[in-house]
Each structure stands twice: as structure tokens, then as C-alpha cells.
Ligand binder design. Structure first.
Ligand code: NAD
Length: 393
């Protein structure tokens, strides 16, 4: 649902609007160019490299590809080796259905990606971790290749006491547990304002039970962690003394239960890195200012979520925090709106895409001035020899 639906929406939007996006845009000329044509033309960049992560392995390859092809580019696709079955399907089906001269799939891991990054591309579009983002940007710098980096981080959600807790809990639980927390836009942690933690925790537990029953391990709608390495990494973040719900793990089955932790402090291991797993820490703060300070003391996140029915509080958080995107009273779903460019800021990334922004990302905007050969006497002032009496200043 999350992958195919979004790719179809993006394709529909591009095919419907492409002619409009491609049209040269007329801009006003200055006094000298009043009679000339001044336009902005969209040119393809050339060959683009699209490197995807494993967590939404189709979205992260095909959504940028829609933009790259719309803008007239050729593309090399590098799916993640950590979702090998999907990578294989992409490698088999892309040449079957799409133009082989324009699109190539290269599968492989670090060695293959490193080799690819030595080549000169006209654009690199990378989705993945912040650390590898640095490697990609360094390699791109060698050829002065522009990049989009879609990275990760810790997305906070602020919850205040004006909320309808059962609605808020459902929305947060959906964002956190639908892909076992392996979503760059999942709520990473909750900053709870006074007088709401108890009600929120109860509502979150009710939502988890409603979605996945009393034993999520046997529920078909509940997923698994991608591999043992990530299972071990996430398991280490569970401080059993702080678990108020869940906490069960099974490495052989790559299972980690939807887990809620309270009394979490900034010094806890779970607050030191992006969780990217089904653990939901809750930190109680004493005021909205403290919540905003907490966010601003850390790296700029991919998204900030504010759950509140108080307009003043919402606009305070909107203006006092910086993040790639923002969603009020929901989480992650802003990335599904084609007209809202999606991307990070600071360590959560640079550049953005989706809809028309994707077309622009993969295009070069060429400035275009069209003159005819008449009215040459208007140019007399710019030709030598220069004399004091033809100075215009
Ligand atoms: P990753 O950085 O490990 O891997 C992503 C890609 O980079 C893969 O194709 C991989 O082959 C390649 N790669 C890995 N190590 C490399 C190296 N040393 N040199 C060159 N290439 C290398 O990321 P991941 O673990 O697959 O994805 C999880 C991360 O991605 C999380 O941080 C998550 O938040 C982020 N993410 C961001 C978005 C977004 O749109 N902003 C979307 C999904 C995931």
C-alpha cells in the first residue's frame, strides 16, 4: 500500500502535468530587452545515478526515477543489497518493461556502489543513512556533481493536553509500527507535555492491541526487522526498566514487539541515535518552550510532528523549529502529497523531490534570451571605441 500507491500517484501526476512543466516559462525582460524574448527552459541533466535504501525499496528507486525520466534523463538504478529479493525483481523487470538504452540496474553492495561513485554522473540522488550520505557527497565532489541526499535522523512528536488521545495514539502508532519503525518519517520519540502521559500511553497500548491483537508476533499485519544486524542494534536500545508495554524480542524470527518506554532521559542510549525500529520512547517535558529547546539542541530532523488543538501552540512550534517537513496532528503522511516537496535539512538531507519538484530537481533551468537582428543602433553604447560622451552612468 505504502509503496505501489505512492508510485502510481507520482506517475499519474507527472503524466498529467508534464507538458505544462516542460513549457518554457516567459519572464519579464528589463528595459533594454523589452522587445526580446526572455525565457526559462528546462533541460535534462544527462545521466543520473539513483541509489536507494532498503526500507521502502521500490519507493526509493521508482519515485526519483519518475522525476528523472520526466525531465528527460537516463538513469542508473542501484537498489539496496539489504532487500535482495526486491533488488532482484527490479533487475529482472526494469529491462523487460522500460527502455534499456535509458535505464540500467546495477545490483550490489558497498564495493559496487563505491565503483559506481567513481564514475562521472550528471546528478546523484541518494536515499539512506547520514554517514553514507557523506561518502556519496565526497565522491560527487570529485566530479562537481550535484546531489540530493535524502537522509535520516530522529523525528520528534510533541503531544499536548488539548489532544484527543485515542486519535493521536492511532496516528502515531500507525507511523511507528506499520513498518516496525523502519521508516525515515516514523515518529522517533514523543515529547509529552504535562498532564497527558498517562492518557497517551493508555491510548497507545489500546491502538497497538486494536491493530495487532494481544500477540503481534502472530499477526499478519505486523512485520519483522530487516536482518540480524539491525535486530541486534535495536535490541540493545531497549532498557527493560523503562518498558511499559512490549519489549519481547526473538532474534531467530527477527521479531521485536511494538514497545513503549517511559521515563526516558536524553542520556539514554535510545536517544543517541535514530531508532529505526518499533521502540517508542516518551520523554515528559514541563513546557512547550522546553520541548522546542529539546528539538533545537539536536540535529535538524526530517520532520517535526505537533499534536495539539491549540492554534497558538501549533504556530509557536512551526516558527521556532526547523525541519525538512512538518505535519500537524498526523505523522509521515505529508510525504504522500505530490505538491509538497519532500526532503531534509541539515543532517537530515539536502534537496527535495516529489511532483513538480522532482521534475525541477532533475532539470537544468537554462536562461534563454532571443533577439532579432534589427534595432542595432540600440547597441551602439556597448561597442568600442569608448568615449566620455557615450558613458551611460
Ligand atoms: P545505507 O546508507 O546503509 O544504504 C543506502 C545505500 O547506500 C544502499 O544502496 C547501499 O548499497 C549504499 N551504501 C551503503 N554503504 C555504502 C558505502 N560505504 N559506500 C557507498 N555506498 C554505500 O542506508 P540504509 O540502512 O539502507 O537506510 C536506512 C537509513 O536511510 C535511515 O537512516 C533512514 O532514515 C534513511 N532513509 C531516509 C529516507 C528519506 O527519504 N529521507 C528514506 C528512507 C530511509
Amino acid at each position: 500500500m505504502m509503496e505501489f500507491l505512492q508510485i502510481r500517484i507520482e506517475l499519474g501526476n507527472a503524466t498529467q502535468n508534464l507538458e505544462k512543466w516542460m513549457k518554457p516559462k516567459q519572464v519579464k525582460g528589463d528595459l533594454i530587452n523589452k522587445l526580446n524574448t526572455c525565457q526559462l527552459h528546462k533541460d535534462p541533466l544527462g545521466v543520473v545515478l539513483i541509489i536507494g535504501a532498503w526500507n521502502l525499496p521500490l519507493w526509493e528507486i521508482f519515485l526519483p526515477l519518475v522525476g528523472a525520466l520526466s525531465a528527460g534523463n537516463c538513469a542508473i538504478l542501484k537498489p539496496s543489497e539489504l532487500s535482495p529479493h526486491t533488488a532482484l525483481v527490479i533487475e529482472k523487470l526494469v529491462p523487460k518493461y522500460l527502455n534499456r538504452d535509458c535505464i540500467k540496474v546495477i545490483n550490489g553492495g558497498v564495493a559496487e556502489t563505491t565503483a559506481l561513485l567513481r564514475e562521472r554522473f550528471d546528478y546523484i540522488f541518494y536515499t539512506g543513512s547520514t554517514n553514507v550520505g557523506r561518502i556519496v557527497m565526497k565522491a560527487a565532489a570529485e566530479h562537481l556533481t550535484p546531489v540530493t541526499l535524502e537522509l535520516g535522523g530522529k523525528c520528534p512528536a510533541i503531544v499536548d493536553s488539548t489532544c484527543n488521545f485515542s486519535v493521536v495514539a492511532q496516528r502515531i502508532a500507525w507511523s511507528k509500527f506499520s513498518t516496525c519503525g523502519q521508516l525515515c518519517l516514523a515518529v522517533d520519540y514523543i515529547l509529552c507535555l504535562p498532564n497527558c502521559e498517562e492518557a497517551l500511553v493508555a491510548a497507545l497500548i489500546a491502538s497497538i492491541k486494536k491493530f495487532y491483537g494481544d500477540n503481534p508476533k502472530t499477526c499478519e499485519s505486523y512485520g519483522r526487522i530487516v536482518n540480524k544486524h539491525h535486530h541486534q542494534r535495536i535490541s540493545k536500545l531497549i532498557d527493560k526498566s523503562k518498558v511499559v508495554y512490549g519489549g519481547e524480542i526473538d532474534e531467530d524470527d527477527l521479531y521485536i514487539a511494538p514497545t513503549i518506554l517511559t521515563n526516558v532521559t536524553p542520556n539514554d542510549l535510545i536517544m543517541k541515535e535514530e531508532i529505526f525500529g518499533p521502540l517508542l520512547p516518551i520523554i515528559t517535558v514541563s513546557s512547550l518552550q522546553e520541548a522546542v529547546d529539546f528539538i533545537n539542541e539536536r540535529d535538524k530532523p526530517l520532520a517535526v510532528y505537533m499534536f495539539s488543538n491549540d492554534e497558538k501552540s501549533i504556530s509557536f512550534v512551526t516558527s521556532e523549529t526547523s525541519s525538512g517537513g512538518m505535519c500537524i496532528n498526523d505523522a509521515a503522511v505529508h510525504a504522500a502529497v505530490p505538491n509538497l516537496p519532500f526532503g531534509g535539512v541539515g543532517k537530515s538531507g539536502m534537496g527535495s523531490y516529489h511532483g513538480k519538484k522532482s521534475f525541477n530537481t532533475f532539470s537544468h533551468t537554462k536562461s534563454y534570451l532571443y533577439k532579432n537582428q534589427r534595432l542595432e543602433n540600440l547597441n551602439a553604447v556597448r561597442y568600442p571605441p569608448y568615449k566620455d560622451d557615450n558613458a551611460i552612468m
